[in-house]
Design a protein around this ligand. Structure first.
Ligand SMILES: C[S@@+](CC[C@H](N)C(=O)[O-])C[C@H]1O[C@@H](n2cnc3c(N)ncnc32)[C@H](O)[C@@H]1O
Length: 199
């Protein structure tokens, strides 16, 4: 396949935004795959903060990180991502180079526990004010489970409303397959001030 999967696109954008030493946040750690990916990106001098509401996700992510020798690079919060502003250290505000959200349910877990539009939108709104300029917010959207379609629509509507002078928003979706997952990528732009020469 020449065209990138949504996972490949998310990882490429996050890696580009997140050099060693960066701060990154996984809003939905689940089985810990993205958390480990972020821990590799930020390297030994960076740090990752991860959120999940399920104990099983915390345990699986802890085990994955431990096995990879990356546990010390990550702080795990067993709480909802909509509370991120209360959990992240204050000095990380405006310095988070990458946020990853992978919505839906925990694979190989309880499929009734899903991300919800209200808390997801609250978390995404908070994430935009914790992002660094030049930072990336990636959101993987799934529509194959009950409630997924509504949540995806709400998130895309929210992203469309972000001001174009401050954010670049892209949406990747396979359009010839039913209920294909899609990816939203949001980059926080350098806002041009009079005379600063940035574009
Ligand atoms: C699709 S999974 C994430 C998969 C993960 N990215 C991975 O690499 O394995 C979605 C996760 O979101 C979690 N979740 C649901 N509501 C949440 C909330 N309000 N705050 C944080 N996590 C939540 C679920 O418990 C589930 O583990």
């Amino acid at each position: 396949m020449i065209l990138p999967s949504i996972l490949a696109s998310a990882h490429a954008a996050v890696k580009a935004a997140c050099p060693p030493g960066s701060i990154a946040v996984d809003g939905t750690i689940g089985n810990g795959h993205d958390t480990l990916f972020l821990a590799e990106c930020v390297g030994p001098t960076g740090h990752v903060y991860g959120f999940d509401i399920q104990q099983a996700a915390i345990e699986r992510t802890h085990a994955r990180l431990q096995q990879a020798g990356r546990r010390e690079r990550v702080t795990l919060f067993h709480t909802s991502h909509h509370l991120l502003a209360e959990q992240l250290p204050e000095d990380t505000r405006g310095h988070v180079r990458a946020f990853m959200f992978n919505l839906g349910y925990l694979p190989h877990g309880d499929e009734q526990v899903i991300t919800q539009p209200h808390t997801t939108l609250h978390a995404l709104e908070a994430a935009t004010s914790w992002m660094a300029t030049g930072g990336i917010l990636s959101v993987a959207l799934y529509t194959g489970h009950p409630g997924g379609e509504e949540e995806a629509r709400a998130v895309i509507d929210w992203a469309r409303s972000l001001p174009a002078h401050a954010y670049q928003v892209m949406w990747q979706q396979t359009i010839n397959r039913n209920q294909a997952p899609s990816l939203l990528l949001i980059e926080k732009k350098h806002v041009k001030k009079r005379g600063d020469g940035l574009s």
